[in-house]
Design a protein around this ligand. Structure first.
Ligand SMILES: [Zn+2]
Length: 334
């Protein structure tokens, strides 16, 4: 069976700051006069990507020590976001939702609104250039303050008509989610999509909380869902999507290899599973590469590919009329 490279596809779980081109970060770091390693762009590349044999969250997140100070500079997100759209378009992505913790990029001269506007400017440049559809999901940081979470939700609601489509809860999963409930309620009332990272580093109780308390219609990772078969039944009955990012799960030490991933079992059981990359540049993967890895590891055929992308578009944070339009485009496979 040939690869899925040229097939139209959907990407729902991608962290903007983990998807940037090394050359762009290098350019920016040089322009800002940040201290650089000896050895030029090759040496720099190893600082902004996780090591290929990375198997712990701590190691995996290390590149953000270099990336975050670069993105703390005003206007960096315009180019960064536009290029992520270009890179996805080149892989035949027709709709993508890019997420990031905008509250971590604010500064004295860069309020949250300015950070979000930069990303939206880049997003609109990218989408008008390529014809691709895309939206922004703002991440609430799991160990951030409740006030910061509420502010993120209010700003997300204010920019809902300009390209912000949802909010997410990200960060160390062992920290309680409950303090952020009010922020998610506010976002839900404003009509934004709700997704939470859950069941990645912790058990299925976090997935249950995300669905029953927070009203999530999508779950980031959901690796531990199969440990609670009643909950798995509920996920199927309520048609909750699982945003699966298998290679990332290896790099953060949750599984040792794709053979351990429950992807195939979820798909066969009727869970609305989707396939995404999480932090493609950190993981040194592309969406097309991830499809190829998963095609081999999970024995995915063309019908599986269609189902997974239909799941994704059905759960995209876009109006029903747009979903219908994209579903038609997904049918037109080469
Ligand atoms: Zn993620």
């Amino acid at each position: 069976m040939s690869s899925f490279d040229s097939h139209p596809k959907v990407e729902l779980h991608l962290h903007l700051d983990g998807a940037l081109r090394t050359a762009t970060l290098f350019d920016m770091a040089t322009t800002f006069g940040l201290s650089m390693p000896h050895g030029g762009i090759e040496a720099f590349d190893s600082l902004v990507r996780a090591s290929p044999d990375c198997t712990s969250l701590e190691q995996f997140l290390k590149p953000f020590d270099v990336i975050a100070p670069i993105l703390s500079h005003p206007d960096t997100l315009i180019r960064a976001t536009r290029e992520v759209i270009e890179d996805l378009h080149a892989q035949h992505v027709i709709h993508a939702e890019l997420r990031f913790a905008a509250s971590l990029m604010t500064g004295p001269k860069r309020p949250l609104e300015a950070v979000v506007e930069e990303a939206l400017t880049g997003l609109h440049q990218g989408t008008s250039q390529t014809g691709m559809s895309a939206g922004i999901i703002l991440c609430v940081f799991r160990i951030g303050s409740v006030d910061e979470a509420l502010h993120t939700a209010r700003v997300a609601a204010r920019y809902r008509d300009r390209g912000v489509v949802g909010i997410d809860l990200a960060g160390p999963e062992a920290a309680p989610a409950r303090p952020y409930y009010e922020a998610f309620r506010l976002a839900r009332d404003a009509g934004l999509g709700i997704t939470l990272h859950a069941g990645e580093a912790c058990g299925p109780e976090n997935i249950r909380e995300a669905i029953d308390l927070f009203g999530a219609t999508r779950i980031g990772h959901g690796l531990t869902l199969e440990r609670d078969l009643r909950l798995m039944r509920q996920v199927i009955d309520q048609d909750i999507a699982i945003e699966s990012c298998p290679t990332s799960n290896i790099h953060t030490g949750q599984i040792r290899s794709l053979a351990e991933h429950p992807f195939r079992r979820y798909l066969d059981a009727g869970v609305a599973i989707t396939l995404s990359t999480d932090d493609p540049s950190l993981s040194r993967i592309t969406l097309n590469g991830e499809w190829e890895n998963c095609r081999r590891a999970f024995g995915l055929d063309a019908m599986d590919f269609d189902r997974i992308n239909e799941n994704a578009i059905r759960h995209a944070f876009i109006p029903a009329s747009e979903k219908a339009r994209f579903a038609k485009r997904l049918e037109r496979r080469p």
